[in-house]
Design a protein around this ligand. Sequence first.
Ligand code: 5AD
Length: 338
Amino acid sequence: MIEVEHFTDKELEGLLATAKYDEELRRRALALRRKIYGNKIFVRGLIEFTNFCQNDCYYCGIRCGNKKAERYRLTQREILDCCEKGYALGFRTFVLQGGEDAFFSDAVLVPIVQEIKKKFPDAAITLSVGERSKASYQKLFEAGAERYLLRHETADENHFAKLHPEQQKLSTRLECLKNLKEIGYVVGSGFMVGSPFQTLKNLVQDIRFLQNLHPEMIGIGPFISHKDTIFKNEPNGDLQLTLRLLAILRILFPYALLPATTALGTLAENGRELGMEYGANVLMPNLSPQDIRKKYNLYDNKIFDGDEDALQLANLQKRMVKAGWEIVIDRGDPIRRA
Ligand code: 5AD
């Protein structure tokens, strides 16, 4: 048996470099996932409520420097409509995700969170709106947001500097994650697999970083190039390496909530099913209004399965049942706080 838990950095790097143990990793990850979460898949309703962003991450299609991106913002009413629709479909977690948009100051965002909480008290609210002050995170927490997603992107400073302009600092990101934890959020972090300049050593650093952070949720997905970024000619991340990493993360974090991400489903038609086979236990279907979905383009060819949400969920459910899983109506809290 591969005891990834006891691997040195060198051994871990070796494991990442070969497909030789993938089958064994998959079996172990799947067994663990089944033991802890059964065949349940938790779903999160993703609401991409703004694609305005003040950051200029070189890999991302909605970076501020992309003048071709058509910008939009949803109103409070539109966001609540998404939740209502989602609630009726069985979603009990809403993920409000957006670029770092100064329009959504605390004065604007706090009432939105409060209103969602008031209308849907048995649903969990997850925020994914980037770097903010500790005071802001605190206010949003008190308003009813309980979970926060903020990927660290890469735990290596030099690598971070190759993916972001100078004003963006890894240290700020880490400070934010620390603050979120201190406040009491259930925290998610993560990284892209195969981002430009990434080495296997970097991936080992990412794993070690996560082992220090103890996030309850870990989001990883392949890098996918976007035509209007400077990384347009960079190759996409590797499917098998992403799956290998998912399995390794499941083994190292048996209780984690691990999504089979949209990026994984974009890279391969059955990417999300494969993700489940390698230890993932979460899906994040899109609840954003149809007409804006195509504008939230972090990377090219993002999937838009189904042209109507109920249908989309039913189809996804069918696909997952066929693969032996069950999508449940549940908040999908972590079984254990990390
Ligand atoms: N390919 C894959 N993932 C991307 N993200 C941003 N741009 C891309 C891309 N080109 C990811 C980042 C971010 C999350 C919201 O989406 O990791 O944290």
